[in-house]
Design a protein around this ligand. Sequence first.
Ligand code: TMP
Length: 222
Amino acid sequence: MQPRPMQGGKFISFEGSEGCGKSTQIRRLVGSLESAGHDVLLTREPGGTVVGEKVRDLLQHTPEASNMTDESELLLFAASRAQLVREVIRPALERGTWVIADRFLDSTTVYQGIARGLDREKVEAINRFAVGDLLPELTILLDLDAGVGHGRAVATRVDNEPDRIEDQPLTFFEKVRQGYLDLAASESRIVVIDARGGIEEIAEEIQKIVIERLNPERAPEA
Ligand code: TMP
């Protein structure tokens, strides 16, 4: 699959393991793009539609679903994304809106395909079916040591209860980190950012990459 630039809006996704600072950096980029006069829509996965939010609840916050199989998990993430693409992302891009996605199909490739160890080709086929031919034009990967990220995620957790996926052992998140790095090495749309830096420094680096790669007519203001 090749990234397919759509007329109108631009499509950027953010990826990374827990505690990498994704939400903070997404907020910064959305703010600067809006200041530069762009219409911006933020999506999150799983979720972002009625169907997707129900799926999110099932995937993350339903104690009775603790016996969920890896295969069911894969298909539920794909179902949430299939709905989001058709109901929200495509229409927004067609209106000329910039879409910033907090996770997209690379999360499935890495969490379900690599960390859970499901068959890579099957995961790819399901991913492709879910998104149609829509890929982000640019993916920002915030890379951080898995132990550091886990510590940050625990420290900033609002309700103090890990969800079903956050509750995995550190080795799971080590596989996630390496899986993302390997994927980035093979896909030119993915840019790796060292997430150890300060918030400002990282935000500036991301803005620079967005301008270089997507060439907005007006540069976002820092
Ligand atoms: P987040 O909203 O905090 O990023 O949480 C989403 C969780 O779901 C996170 O642990 C990563 C996981 N996830 C997958 O395992 N596969 C996927 O395809 C997606 C989108 C998320």
